[in-house]
Design a protein around this ligand. Structure first.
Ligand code: COA
Length: 176
């Protein structure tokens, strides 16, 4: 999209990224995550998560953001480089603000995350976990060439024993 800029996140983006994360989970995961968590604790949870990530940066944890021309962030993608010897780097989070979805911003973020990993000589392969019930995201990933390679119950306490799927791209070049 012509008027969206993609760039590496800065520490000063932490609270805005947290707010996008909250808005996206409240919208996309409203029937999936614990409603009590979504109603309140999610805000502190995401703020401390993202402030912590930027307070103690790691060369292997990469965050890209999508911003409008006037500087408002509308989405982000986070990856852990070379997270798994078999499946490669991990796409930890990919979120676009609900009102900005369906404009190829998510696709551009995923491709820019793959480019950032490749430019840091990451091993081949990218994977992620998605809720099986998140049909729209699953369609998005498979349309971009990802393969479902594993299915299991989530162990995360707030995820209520939901079924999750591992989606894998064998080569980063599949996304470049
Ligand atoms: C999944 C997501 C990152 C895709 O970003 P996006 O900018 O909407 O995606 P694009 O415009 O590049 O592609 C659109 C595709 O995304 C999917 N999609 C997912 N949620 C969507 C939504 N609310 N509106 C429109 N498309 C959506 C559709 O499959 C759509 O494909 P289609 O055009 O063939 O129907 C984004 O919709 C989002 O943040 N969803 C909620 C959070 C989430 O599920 N993240 C993934 C967790 S593993």
């Amino acid at each position: 999209m012509a008027d969206i800029i993609y760039r590496a996140a800065r520490a000063t983006d932490a609270l805005t990224i947290a707010a996008i994360h909250v808005a996206s989970w409240r919208d996309a995961y409203r029937s999936l995550l614990d409603p009590v968590f979504l109603a309140g604790p999610i805000e502190d949870d995401r703020r401390s998560h993202w402030l912590g990530k930027f307070d103690t940066p790691s060369a292997n944890f990469l965050v890209d953001v999508a911003a409008t021309a006037d500087g408002n962030l509308v989405g982000f993608a986070a990856t852990h480089r070379d997270r798994d010897p078999r499946w490669g780097s991990l796409l930890d989070n990919l979120h676009v603000l609900p009102e900005m979805r369906g404009r190829k911003i998510g696709e551009a973020l995923l491709r820019s995350a793959a480019r950032a990993l490749a430019s840091r000589q990451a091993d081949d392969g990218l994977h992620l976990w998605v809720f099986e019930a998140n049909a729209a995201a699953l369609r998005f990933y498979t349309r971009l060439g990802g393969h479902v390679v594993e299915r299991k119950l989530s162990q995360a306490p707030i995820e209520n024993d939901r079924m999750i799927l591992r989606v894998h791209w064998p080569a980063l070049s599949d996304l470049l």
